[in-house]
Write a protein that binds this ligand. Structure first.
Ligand SMILES: [Zn+2]
Length: 256
């Protein structure tokens, strides 16, 4: 039964991933997310239902359009697999309950923000605001005791990121942290709590600086290199969701 349920969750995560691909592609272009139906961007031909099965169709078609053989970006496959995998791990860790629903929604938002930031250096207001509205309703209806903690988490996230945005601006004389980064962090704080969001921000800067240093060495310069931060924020958040308590306990062990 557990296996069957896990498979159902995996499949649902993949279908959601397929929808996230539509959001990633269309929202930055200000296109409708409902119309027209999925079509090949190259030959404009509508994608048949049997060619639109998450994960499987991409493998069967070898990443090409059935009609014109144009390459389908491998992002479509990756987003579906990542979404399905995150959903399954969340289910195995939390079971099917409030935590699962919360984190499944949050991880979907993180996937979209990571890709729009990678592709366009943008974290879209429409995505963050929708996230806030859904989260607000979910907290009020499913877990209203959490509301105060959520508000403190949101303020903590916004204040810490805002502080570093100002410091970055003074140090580098340009925008090092964008408004989108601050809003996304505030949203994650709203989903979690003040302690968790503080560790997430610390982890984010830690991961980003490692990658920044590696990139700086490879390109022999860090001038004018923009690093989209949303993917790091997302990885840090997932690490905290999956290992949070263990990480905090391990950290406290050091001081024993
Ligand atoms: Zn085509």
């Amino acid at each position: 039964m557990e296996y069957l349920l896990s498979f159902g969750i995996f499949a649902t995560g993949a279908i959601i991933g397929s929808f996230l691909n539509v959001l990633i592609h269309r929202l930055p272009l200000k296109q409708s997310i409902l119309f027209p139906a999925s079509h090949c961007p190259e030959c404009q031909k509508p994608i048949l239902f049997r060619d639109n099965i998450p994960i499987i169709s991409y493998i069967i078609l070898g990443g090409h359009c059935r009609n014109c053989r144009a390459d389908i970006p491998y992002r479509y496959f990756i987003v579906e697999v990542v979404s399905a995998t995150i959903w399954t791990i969340l289910f195995l860790k939390f079971g099917f309950g409030t935590d699962f629903i919360f984190y499944a929604l949050l991880s979907s938002i993180l996937i979209v923000c990571s890709y729009t930031d990678l592709n366009h250096y943008r974290i879209l207001n429409s995505v963050v605001i929708t996230g806030f509205i859904i989260a607000l309703f979910m907290i009020l209806f499913l877990n209203s005791d959490h509301f105060a903690v959520s508000v403190y988490g949101m303020l903590t996230g916004a204040l810490i990121m805002g502080f570093w945005a100002i410091v970055g601006r003074l140090l580098f004389k340009k925008t090092a942290l964008g408004a989108g980064d601050i809003k996304l962090t505030a949203l994650i704080g709203f989903f979690t709590d003040p302690q968790t969001i503080t560790v997430i921000i610390f982890l984010t800067f830690f991961l980003a600086s490692i990658i920044g240093i590696i990139q700086g060495i490879r390109l022999k310069t860090i001038k004018d290199r923009r690093i989209p931060l949303a993917p790091f924020i997302s990885v840090a958040t997932l690490v905290m969701i999956f290992l949070g308590n263990k990480l905090i306990l391990a950290y406290l062990e050091i001081f024993k």
